[in-house]
Design a protein. Structure first.
Length: 216
């Protein structure tokens, strides 16, 4: 399956605020049900160093970040390329391009389903940019594979809003394979002492690059 270049509906202009808010609520629930949020919370809890501030890169309306703050009691901040029409409670969200703009300082950053929105060069730039403000980056994304695409169509799309049902299929087809993501992370960290651990979940439902940046 070749990588799709079609843009997702939520990336386009003109989506009404109410429909976008419903879609982001659905995405927050999907992250909970699929275990994405639990994975991030568990990784933060197991961090060998104190985690006082967490950055969500590509946070949307901040739903996942609200869950992280509730479960861990840490300070949180989000960054998204679009200014949210509706935000989740009191979550602070900064509008910025995370591939090039200065990012808020934090102990650990994470992103969910952001990497596939970027080109190869954009993903490399994102990884390098996050390292300027955080010591660790947990990059969680989908895997381009026929099995998760079929599972999404059967079990998730029928229960989701129309936007999420359409965007989910596009997202999987836009995603990187495991070897592609590993290669791009390696390119981003080349020449430094930074390191990364890559893993793929059963049924190819997600992949994670857990990056620890070399400290000065």
């Amino acid at each position: 399956m070749n990588r799709c270049q079609e843009s997702e509906l939520l990336d386009r202009d003109g989506v009404p605020d109410a429909q976008a808010a419903r879609a982001y609520q659905d995405l927050t629930r999907i992250h909970r049900y699929l275990g994405d949020t639990r994975l991030i919370v568990g990784a933060l809890r197991r961090d060998p160093l104190p985690v006082r501030r967490v950055l969500d890169v590509g946070c949307g309306h901040g739903g996942v970040l609200a869950d992280v703050r509730k479960q861990l009691g840490v300070e949180v901040v989000g960054v998204d390329v679009k200014s949210p029409g509706v935000r989740h409670g009191s979550i602070p969200i900064i509008q910025a391009d995370a591939t090039r703009d200065p990012l808020p300082m934090a102990d650990v950053a994470f992103s969910m389903y952001l990497g596939h929105h970027l080109s190869d060069d954009g993903l490399v730039a994102l990884i390098r940019n996050v390292g300027r403000s955080c010591r660790r980056f947990i990059l969680l994304d989908l895997v381009r594979h026929r099995l998760p695409l079929a599972l999404f169509r059967l079990f998730v799309a029928p229960l989701a809003s129309p936007i999420v049902a359409i965007d989910g299929r596009i997202s999987i087809r836009r995603s990187y394979t495991g070897s592609e993501l590993e290669c791009l992370v390696g390119k981003a960290l080349a020449g430094s002492a930074s390191r990364s651990r890559h893993s793929i979940a059963p049924l190819w439902i997600r992949q994670v690059a857990d990056i620890s940046y070399a400290q000065d």
